[in-house]
Write a protein that binds this ligand. Structure first.
Ligand code: MN
Length: 475
């Protein structure tokens, strides 16, 4: 005879606009589903999964019934997405716990697909039972990255296995002997992304009432950012099944099966050597958590059963799909990086071009030195860096130079711009000298320096020296 007391809570969080998590809390069946898929897909997927799970488990409330109910839920979501093209690709996680009676003993069965989690809280210690089916976690199990790296890995939110995205799915399952005082926690990643194990354990220790514990956990996740939907189910074993010997026998038998390589493969992640199995077997010894190996009725060699082959095939498909997804992600990332580089490079080039350019122009009659390009470049407009105090009226007699200044005379540097202005001033002085002497001796050699001085302006205008001289001479 086992007595449970439970509580649950769910919250949209502070960032998302809708809550795509769903939870289930009946007398003997509990679940958390975290839907995914654009627009409304996520909440539809999690809703369908929960409803199908409850219906299927109701008609077969057993350990095996729970695993099959999860498979039914998978099929229900898959079929719905096939019938509704706008919902293609939707899916959900599903982590479930059920109290069932097996051979006269109450047993708690846990099943999981995806990265929502199940934990056991026993004597103040929090132990994760489920294995996350995320890309990052599977890389940890394959020994490719460390657990610490996984917590910040860019693909920690990408699921390697989910409910409803393929017609078949591999379900992980465990059985646990319900022991008085033990507490079980089902939750979506909205909780575990915000709170560490110690923070979760703290709340579970401090709050004896399961409903209060659920509420406080959700509130704590909100306070830590609430970047995702948060859903929690807390299950307390008030009175456990105290039939040690029989449960032990059951445990021993299942553990032996679970210990075989075939069993491990079912429990573990696709294609990995299940490094988690070490931790798992420790957990089995310490807490009686036993991986459930699905037995086909009448199949003497479970490894030869068509279902297992099918499962392996669907796992292979899953891996291919995953690789495809990873490839797409990397390609998208490379594209974004290249795009960013082009934008930053273009911006820098324009900025550099602008900042390293100077020209001499006129403000009214005064010669100004501007930083920038004549007329500006894109959104950069020239900036006055020096009012020279030199005016056209009193120092310049050459109308072509004035014309050039009016449109602006580009110089390669600030120093060059200043040199150009002082050159004009000196030219002007010599022009005065020239005209002074010219009045005395008309059309002499002293006009030559004038032509040379105003040379640059002429070049910029595109006029020929003879034109300029002709104008000059005409004065
Ligand atoms: Mn989530």
């Amino acid at each position: 005879m086992t007595v449970l007391r439970t509580g649950s809570a769910s919250d949209t969080g502070l960032v998302r606009s809708t809550n795509q998590d769903r939870s289930l809390e009946t007398g003997t069946l509990f679940a958390v589903a975290d839907g995914m898929g654009g627009h409304v897909g996520g909440e539809i997927a999690s809703q369908i999964a929960i409803e199908a799970l409850e219906r299927a488990f109701g008609s077969q409330p057993s350990s095996r019934g729970l695993t099959e109910a999860v498979e039914r839920a998978n099929l229900a979501v898959w079929e719905h997405s096939q019938d509704h093209p706008d919902l293609r690709g939707m899916g959900t996680t599903l982590t479930a716990a059920a109290l069932v009676n097996e051979d006269g003993n109450d047993v708690l069965v846990l099943a999981n697909v995806g990265d929502s989690r199940s934990y056991q809280f026993q004597d103040g210690r929090l132990t994760q039972i489920s294995l996350d089916h995320s890309v990052a976690e599977e890389m940890v199990r394959a020994g490719e990255i460390s657990p610490a790296e996984a917590t910040v890995h860019p693909q920690r939110h990408i699921l390697a296995r989910a409910l409803g995205v393929t017609a078949e799915v591999a379900v992980d399952a465990w059985t646990v002997a319900p022991s008085s005082g033990d507490r079980y926690l089902l939750c979506s990643d909205g909780l575990t992304n915000e709170l560490g194990n110690n923070q979760i354990a703290e709340v579970l220790s401090a709050r004896a009432d399961p409903q209060q514990a659920a509420d406080v956990l959700v509130e704590a996740a909100r306070r830590h950012g609430g970047s995702d939907n948060i859903t929690v189910v807390v299950i307390d074993v008030l009175v456990g099944e105290e039939t040690g010997a029989e449960t032990g026998a059951e445990t021993g038998q299942a553990a032996a099966t679970g210990g075989s390589p075939e069993g491990r493969a079912t429990v573990g992640s696709p294609g990995t050597p299940v490094p988690g199995a070490d931790g798992l077997s420790t957990a089995v010894d310490a807490t009686g958590i036993v991986p459930v190996v699905r037995r086909e009725p009448g199949a003497t060699h479970p490894q030869a059963s068509p279902s297992r082959r099918q499962r392996r095939r669907s796992r292979a498909t899953e891996r291919r799909r995953e690789r495809g997804r990873r490839l797409v992600t990397i390609r998208a990332l490379v594209f974004l990086v290249v795009l960013a580089a082009i934008l930053v490079g273009g911006y820098s080039a324009v900025r550099w071009f602008d900042v390293n350019s100077y020209y001499v122009g006129l403000d009214g009659n005064e010669l100004m030195i501007y930083q920038g390009r004549i007329g500006g470049v894109l959104w950069y407009h020239p900036v006055v860096v020096e009012r020279t105090g030199v005016t056209t009226g009193n120092v310049l007699s050459d109308p072509l130079t004035v014309g050039a200044l009016r449109s602006g005379v580009q110089e390669p540097s600030y120093a060059a711009a200043r040199a150009y202005v002082s050159g004009l001033v000196r030219t002007d002085t010599s022009t005065h000298t020239a005209s002074a002497s010219a009045s005395a001796s008309a059309g002499d050699a002293r006009a030559a320096p004038v032509a040379l001085r105003t040379g640059p302006g002429t070049t910029l205008l595109g006029a020929t020296g003879t034109d300029r001289l002709a104008v000059s001479g005409g004065q």
